[in-house]
Write a protein that binds this ligand. Structure first.
Ligand code: NI
Length: 186
């Protein structure tokens, strides 16, 4: 169990294509999951990807059993581990072929003190595995869908500023939101 250092933007290790996990239910994998959970908890993160602690593997965690002080409006979701993920954007309905996008503010533990307005698919299905090798398949929307897309972007070397379209909505949290003390310290 250990809180690990979180890499910051500019570190080339954040730009790699992460490697798939091939060995499940191993001591090394369980230790990695524990370290990620400890690190995410200590930083009040909504999620964390293995590349953010310098580990070149397709593994992300997200969720929290309590409300997150950095995202006070987000509903609490149980902690989840997702390995070798595949994300499929979903249409709103059979009749409507549109893939809906929604924009909302995001932050990232690799860019402390910053926020940006990021478009994401509003509904997705994701598949992958947990740390025991058991398959996962979920259809999600809202904040859950946003967090999964943000974390999985870390596995393909994408940081959220690379998704920002309107740079008038990207900046320092304390400048963008001077009256909201609760989200100043990410
Ligand atoms: Ni991030």
């Amino acid at each position: 169990m250990a809180v690990r250092d979180i890499l910051k933007m500019g570190d080339p290790r954040l730009l790699r294509m992460a490697q798939p996990v091939t060995q499940f239910d191993s001591d090394a994998l369980h230790l990695l999951v524990t370290d990620l959970l400890d690190t995410m908890r200590s930083a009040d993160g909504a999620g964390l990807a293995a590349p953010q602690i310098g580990v070149d593997l397709q593994l992300v965690i997200f969720g929290s059993n309590e409300r997150n002080p950095r995202y006070p409006d987000a509903p609490p979701a149980p902690k989840k581990v997702l390995i070798n993920p595949v994300i499929t954007p979903l249409r709103e309905s059979e009749e409507d072929p549109t893939l809906l996008e929604v924009e909302d503010w995001e932050g990232c533990l690799s860019l402390p003190g910053l926020r940006g307005m990021v478009p994401r698919f509003s509904r997705i299905r994701y598949t992958g595995f947990d740390q025991y090798g058991d398959p996962i398949e979920r259809t999600v929307e809202g904040f859950h869908a946003r967090v999964v897309q943000h974390e999985c972007d870390h596995l393909i070397g994408r940081l959220y500023p690379m998704r920002v379209r309107d740079f008038s909505k990207f900046g320092f949290t304390d400048v963008l939101f001077p009256n909201i003390a609760a989200i100043e310290d990410d």
